[in-house]
Write a protein that binds this ligand. Structure first.
Ligand code: ATP
Length: 577
């Protein structure tokens, strides 16, 4: 496929306002693709060149793209920079400058999707001395051969700001529409995606032979999308729902999915980021296990040996930062509480009942291992026993409990009642909220010095593949946090409202959807201003958080992992009860 065709589709998709239209356009685009390029087209639609778990980062700053545009168009970097300060979009600038370019370049050749993709791969791989110049040349080479609309997307891509507004659910719908003319195949595609986290791979399989899809099983080093827990507010409700069940301790740590094949180990976060380098001690421990192939899950917590206490998630995650790993290994010794087994020596365990997965897991882990151990569980036959175990967990400083259905399979990528969490109460709602930052405000009074006065935040409406506002957050920030927020958010400011957001409120600045924060609130209330769960009826009200307070950044969640509109509705129902 010519890259121009793809760029033209990107352009129409970008201006399409409804999800239905976007799906149709994507399906049409897929119809024009062949099986050797479909995976690449999918990754490009996702604004990437590989699934996240490959850990590939183009790592190109705006400065380089500005230099590349200058090289390709003959304009001064200074001029481009000042245009960028005004418009905030390098894509539009590249498009405009190429439209006005009088002479076509001598090196002009028509770009193919494969050529552009290959240059982006090279871009990701160049390193060492002179790598900055090589990166600029690679982008400039593409821009020199590009038409204005191609230039728009080539310039946007390396900095990670494609702005199509297309999420994974829309791509899944479009693949189904491409194949069947309807959403009939969506469930089957989603199942395969949940087991591999790789939409490019799924699309390739679909193009090669749709029958392959139903045969997909977990693949070591392709993380399985995590199973999630529903919430309930009492031991009685949980027992009513599950009857006899296992109650697991809920650790407030860092979720890990560990993959092993022979001596190769990889550790993935909840959102498929590669964490392996940060945990050499865990890797060594896993290497000792005699099973050849393994995928299992656990929660990692830093342990304070002196005081015999677990550190919080915030402390544990310090390991993620680029400190000296050797030093931090001693400062923050880690323990992993394993709670599920998903794959063992070529066998897919996700379809096995929980109790079988758990028993097999216990057989694999040596009992005396100090660093990796099965989580602490108990089997219960009454609400009273659930309550007792819950109290014990809270007494030990844990977050709560997770009840597990004895017979349920591992439900990848979804929140179902096979796991039910019961957490400590924060205010009237027995949970915190993970919300996406969509904008911020300038400070007034004392906060004027920080140029920061609070955040506008949103939750994710998975059904609509859109974000909806739920809270303006003005409290819970330390001075240090205000400075950091201003510094980091000003880097991702947008001139306009992000396309994937529904909002009736306008903050001082919009930002790209990147950061998820955990907040507490007194309760969920109704609001005419916020769009969470609001329908098109002019008198309809949305949900809002009452007295929201910032707790911390949730580094292991992407915007699409934020609390969903559906969860808010359910939490509102629980609160009313
Ligand atoms: P939360 O903010 O409550 O951790 P979450 O949105 O990250 O929620 P949930 O599905 O709501 O995810 O809760 C499940 C999370 O609890 C898992 O992602 C995991 O990180 C953590 N967890 C801690 N202990 C356990 C356990 N024993 N079994 C399963 N998950 C556990």
């Amino acid at each position: 496929m010519k890259f121009k065709t793809l760029a033209e589709y990107f352009d129409t998709i970008e201006s399409a306002s409804s999800r239905l239209k976007m799906t149709e356009l994507l399906a049409e685009l897929f119809d024009k693709s062949n099986k050797d390029e479909i995976d690449k087209i999918i990754y490009l639609c996702q604004g990437s060149i590989a699934p996240r778990f490959k850990g590939i980062d183009l790592g190109v700053g705006e400065k380089f793209v500005i230099k590349a545009i200058a090289l390709a168009t003959g304009h001064e970097p200074k001029e481009i920079n000042s245009k960028f300060k005004k418009s905030g979009d390098l894509g539009d600038i590249a498009q405009e400058l190429l439209k006005n370019k009088k002479q076509s370049s001598l090196s002009f050749s028509e770009l193919s999707v494969i050529k552009v993709f290959e240059n982006f791969i090279k871009l990701a791989n160049v390193g060492g001395e002179g790598s900055q110049d090589s990166k600029i040349k690679l982008i400039a080479e593409l821009l020199s051969s590009a038409s204005p609309v191609e230039a728009k997307y080539i310039a946007r891509f390396p900095t990670g700001k494609l702005r199509l507004g297309v999420g994974d659910p829309t791509i899944l719908d479009a693949l189904s529409v491409y194949e069947k003319g309807s959403k009939e195949m969506r469930e089957e595609l989603e199942r395969a995606f949940n087991l591999t986290s790789d939409l490019g791979l799924i699309a390739k399989k679909l193009f090669e032979n749709p029958k392959q899809l139903s045969k997909i099983t977990p693949i070591p080093f392709s993380p399985i999308r995590p199973s999630l827990a529903e919430r309930m507010s009492s031991a009685e409700d949980i027992f009513k729902k599950l009857g006899k069940c296992v109650i697991d301790s809920k650790y407030d740590g860092l979720r890990m999915q560990i993959h092993k094949k022979e001596n190769e180990i990889e550790i993935y976060s909840r959102n498929q980021e590669v964490l392996t380098k940060m945990f050499p001690d865990i890797v060594e421990e896993i290497k000792k296990l005699k099973e050849k192939e393994l995928i299992f899950e656990g929660e990692a917590l830093a342990y304070d040996e002196k005081n015999e206490k677990y550190f919080s998630f915030q402390e544990t995650i310090r390991r993620k930062r680029k400190y000296d790993i050797k030093q931090i290994k001693e400062e923050l010794p880690i323990q992993v509480f394993l709670f599920d087994l998903l794959f063992l020596n070529g066998k897919n365990y996700t379809q096995e009942p929980y109790i079988k997965r758990r028993k097999t897991l216990e057989k694999i882990i040596p009992k005396k291992n100090k660093m990796i151990k099965p989580s602490n569980i108990t089997t219960v036959e009454s609400p009273k026993e659930i309550h007792e175990f819950y109290e014990k967990c809270i007494g030990k400083g844990l977050e709560g409990i997770i009840a597990k259905d004895l017979n349920a399979p591992y439900i990848a990528g979804a929140r179902k009642f096979s796991w039910i969490k019961l957490k400590k109460s924060y205010g009237k709602v027995a949970d915190t909220f993970d919300v996406v930052i969509v904008g911020y405000y300038l400070g007034k009074g004392h906060r004027a010095q920080f140029n920061f006065g609070g955040l506008l935040t949103a939750v994710y409406n998975k059904e609509k593949d859109k974000y909806e506002t739920i809270a303006r957050i003005g409290s819970g920030f330390s001075e240090e946090e205000m400075r950091t927020f201003e510094k980091e958010l000003s880097k991702i400011k947008l001139k306009e409202k992000p396309k994937e957001l529904d909002s009736e409120i306008k903050p001082d600045f919009w930002v790209s959807l990147k950061y998820v924060i955990t907040v507490s609130a007194d309760e969920i209330s109704l609001s005419p201003m916020h769009t969470c769960a609001k329908d098109s009826n002019p008198n309809s009200k949305g949900f809002a958080l009452r007295f929201p307070r910032m707790l911390h950044i949730r580094e292991d969640k992407d915007p699409k992992d934020a609390t969903t509109t559906k969860e808010i509705k359910e939490m509102y129902r629980l609160q009313k009860n």
